[in-house]
Each structure stands twice: as structure tokens, then as C-alpha cells.
Design a protein around this ligand. Structure first.
Ligand SMILES: [Zn+2]
Length: 216
């Protein structure tokens, strides 16, 4: 099974992906992790990638595609995997299609976790973080026992810049603009499946599982 999961920031994609990887014994292919790993080994690809990341840019298509190609085909051909953070552009999606084509295979499913902006804003803007230990709370869903104080260490809780309304809204807009072409791309290939991400973690997981089991 070859999967790709997509979803806006705050949709719970990471935690769902982790569970899917365990359940179906998939290799978790994360470009972010591969860039860091390659950088630690002082490989030229990793060093180049880190330059983009340090400057706050997306790593170029060329470098990203090459690192994925090595991961998928270098030692043995990976048959079952879930992609994380790749593809991000149409050029990357086309390169992936070509790579898989060579082995006579293709992506089985692209799962898109759909959550409205309003729900994501509510989830993220209500978050509070401990200034000392980093523990996270939510003013409605996981409030501390005492307002503004961390349960585990007594530290002061604050709202991270990332969690402020403008910042979240901005990231959501960028996400939508960047992923729209990819969503159209996979929809036109008939492998895009939407899952309602506004339900509980378990309900979302069961929906993804039902979808995958139907296609296996
Ligand atoms: Zn704390």
C-alpha cells in the first residue's frame, strides 16, 4: 500500500499518520526527517537542503525529489509506505509518478483530512503552552486546574505566536493556495479521498481505516 496523507495545520494529520503506519506496517517516509538525517551525516544533499530550511524556504524540487528517490529505491524498493511532507508541488507529484511507474506501481490513495477554518482556528487559538516545561493546554478542551498555571510544574501559561489568530489564518491561507493544485492533480487521477476531520480522533481514524480496507 502506497499512501499520501494531506491536511491543513491543526487537522491532526501527524497523529493519524502515526497510527496508520503502525496498523498497516508502512514505512513512514518523511522528507523533513530525511533532510535532518542527511544533514547529520554531512551528505551534500542534506547540507544543501538545510540551507533552504535555514533561510525559511521550501527545499527545491530537485533536492527533494532526489532524496525521496534514494529513500524509495537505494537499498531495496519500498513497497508499502506513507509519505509525509512530499509531494508539495506538481513537479514533485509528477516525479513521484514517474519513479513508481518504473516499478510498475502507483499511489493507491491520497487521503485528505478536511477541517473547516473555523474549527482549526478554535483548536489552535485556544491553545496555551507552559513557559517552563512546554506542556500544552486548551482553554476549552484541556484547561489547567488553575487558570494560566501549568498543572505539572506551576509555570506560567502563554499563547505562542504561532497559535495567534492572524498567524493561524495566514498559515491556513498559504496551505490552501499551495495544495489546491495537488488536490486537483490527485482528484483527476481518481485517488483522492476526503475524510471529515472534525470528528473525534477515533472516529477520524476509523473512517480512514474503513477507506483503506475497502481498497486493499
Ligand atoms: Zn509546566
Amino acid at each position: 500500500m502506497k499512501l499520501l496523507m494531506m491536511g491543513p495545520p491543526g487537522a491532526g494529520k501527524g497523529t493519524q499518520a502515526k497510527k496508520i503506519v503502525d496498523e498497516y506496517q508502512l514505512a513512514n517516509i518523511s522528507t523533513g526527517e530525511m533532510f535532518r538525517d542527511s544533514y547529520r551525516k554531512k551528505e551534500s544533499l542534506g547540507l544543501l537542503a538545510m540551507e533552504f530550511i535555514r533561510d525559511g524556504h521550501l527545499v527545491s524540487d530537485e533536492i527533494t525529489i532526489e532524496i525521496v528517490r534514494r529513500r524509495l529505491f537505494a537499498n531495496h524498493v519500498e513497497k508499502n509506505f506513507l509519505l509525509d511532507g512530499f509531494p508539495r508541488t506538481i513537479a514533485q507529484a509528477e516525479a513521484l509518478e514517474e519513479m513508481l511507474d518504473v516499478t510498475g506501481s502507483k499511489l493507491d490513495a491520497v487521503i485528505q483530512i478536511v477541517v473547516s477554518d473555523a474549527v482549526i482556528l478554535n483548536r489552535m487559538v485556544g491553545r496555551r503552552s507552559c513557559s517552563i516545561c512546554g506542556a500544552t493546554y486548551h482553554i476549552d478542551y484541556k484547561p489547567p486546574h488553575q487558570d494560566g498555571v501549568c498543572d505539572s510544574c506551576g509555570g506560567v501559561l502563554y499563547q505562542r505566536e504561532d497559535d495567534k489568530h492572524e498567524s493561524v489564518k495566514n498559515r491556513l491561507d498559504i496551505y490552501k493556495e499551495k495544495t489546491k493544485p495537488l488536490i486537483d492533480y490527485y482528484e483527476s487521477r481518481g485517488i483522492l479521498f476526503e475524510v471529515n476531520g472534525e470528528k473525534s480522533f477515533d472516529a477520524v481514524y476509523q473512517a480512514i481505516k474503513a477507506l483503506l480496507d475497502e481498497r486493499l
